[in-house]
Design a protein around this ligand. Structure first.
Ligand SMILES: Cc1cc2nc3c(=O)[nH]c(=O)nc-3n(C[C@H](O)[C@H](O)[C@H](O)COP(=O)(O)OP(=O)(O)OC[C@H]3O[C@@H](n4cnc5c(N)ncnc54)[C@H](O)[C@@H]3O)c2cc1C
Length: 386
């Protein structure tokens, strides 16, 4: 456990870890669900940790969200249950555009309920044919007197079947806008699924000429990409932290196994290639964690200025967690392949983080562009650019 941070963060970690541990007996069943695990919702609600994902005016802890605090909670939650992590993390990711761009009325109505998990948040960007290339979305928003009309289909939307509202990305004229749509608005149809290898509350959402008041516009018309970027600038690093939690849990399982099981007359941990694998996993976990905490702390003061750092943290941590989980399965031999075991669950749960909220390849592409820009700027001013 890296209690390297100031006492405030250590206290948040201890609080989150305590809740996660108390929910550990439910983890296996919760991680198979496509609906909310109610004891988990109740425990998170009772903990009050929802205070970290909404601003102070709506019952939150601070005026500006602290990505490091959220990251630490997600790390602890994900180490026990991906469902618990998603239930918590998505309250922030799904509501943040409302927080920064919604009307006072909408915020006053919904954000206190987001904090207590009485309202489940969701953000709808992806479409059946559109994933990484979000500038090609086909869902539309148009104004009609004092209403906005939304039409289109979104898929792979976390929380869709249980969501209270969707922040929807859509094309509006030549630009892109965002609208807040309550899940019970006429014309909204949700279909659960598909089933994923790491089960998740997910679904498709159809918007058939859905009408909402003009006041449900999030931000100015044409500013949806800015809102999304601001959301990612705060929350991407929390995905990195969740992956670290999964990697840590997988490594702990593997080390326990390698300590207890003997082959060739000694514990697996004493066999060179096994010990090397586990030690390398540990070193990589700590390196990824240091990068993630640093990026989260930087993002706290100015999220947009540090999006390269948080993107880097997400790439490194999600890829590291994948490698650690894979090595953990290898270390456990046939026992790592047993369906229903904790290690099998962590192995599956380590996979999606490399795809959503910016896939590894898309983030590396944008980091490469940054490198080019920095090199060019350094050419003009002289000196190192990293
Ligand atoms: C568990 C889960 C939860 C999700 N939750 C949500 C949600 O709540 N809301 C939402 O809107 N969406 C959600 N998504 C969708 C997610 O955002 C997309 O899966 C993601 O954007 C990638 O799109 P895609 O899967 O269509 O892959 P594609 O865009 O088709 O990419 C396929 C492959 O090509 C690579 N690739 C794509 N473009 C480039 C490029 N320019 N350069 C290099 N490589 C590239 C990708 O890295 C990937 O490896 C979720 C997905 C999952 C798996």
């Amino acid at each position: 456990m890296a209690d390297t941070l100031d006492p405030r963060y250590d206290a948040i970690r201890a609080e989150a870890r305590g809740i996660a541990q108390s929910l550990a007996p439910y983890a296996a069943e919760a991680d198979e669900l496509d609906v909310v695990h109610e004891p988990m919702r109740e425990a998170v609600r009772a903990s009050g940790l929802g205070r970290l994902v909404v601003p102070a005016a709506y019952g939150g802890e601070s005026d500006v969200l602290d990505p490091l605090a959220i990251a630490i909670v997600r790390e602890e939650f994900a180490a026990v249950s991906a469902h618990l992590d998603s239930l918590y993390g998505m309250q922030g990711v799904g509501s943040y555009s409302l927080t920064i761009g919604g009307s006072d009325e909408l915020k006053a109505e919904w954000l206190p309920k987001v904090r207590t998990l009485d309202a489940i948040a969701s953000i709808a960007l992806t479409e059946p044919e559109i994933g990484s290339d979000l500038r090609s979305v086909t869902t539309t928003i148009r104004e009609d007197s004092d209403e906005l009309v939304i039409s289109g289909v979104k898929s792979f939307i976390t929380n869709a079947p249980v969501a209270s509202f969707f922040n929807v990305l859509a094309r509006e004229g030549d630009g892109y806008s965002m609208a807040f749509v309550p899940a019970d608005a006429p014309g909204v149809t949700v279909t659960s699924g598909p089933d994923l290898i790491a089960p998740h509350i997910i679904g498709e959402v159809r918007f058939d000429d859905v009408r909402v008041p003009r006041g449900n516009r999030i931000g100015e018309a044409g500013t949806a990409f800015k809102l999304m970027l601001q959301t990612l600038a705060v929350f991407r690093v929390t995905v990195a932290a969740a992956s670290l939690g999964i990697g840590r849990a997988a490594l702990e399982e593997a080390v326990k196994h390698a300590t207890e099981r003997e082959q060739f007359g000694k514990p697996l941990l004493a066999l060179g290639s096994v010990s090397q694998k586990l030690a390398l996993s540990w070193a990589e976990l700590e390196a990824a964690r240091a990068l993630t905490y640093q990026a989260a702390a930087q993002a706290a003061s100015n999220p947009l200025a540090h999006i390269a750092d948080t993107s880097m943290a997400k790439v490194v941590s999600t890829e590291t967690a994948g490698r650690i989980a894979d090595r953990a399965v290898q270390t456990m031999g046939r026992f790592g392949l047993v369906r229903g075991s904790d290690i099998e669950r962590h192995y599956r749960n380590s996979r999606p983080g490399r795809i959503y909220e910016g896939s590894t390849e898309v983030l590396l592409d944008s980091l490469a562009r940054q490198l080019g820009k920095r090199a060019k700027a350094a050419e003009e001013s002289g000196g190192s650019f990293l």
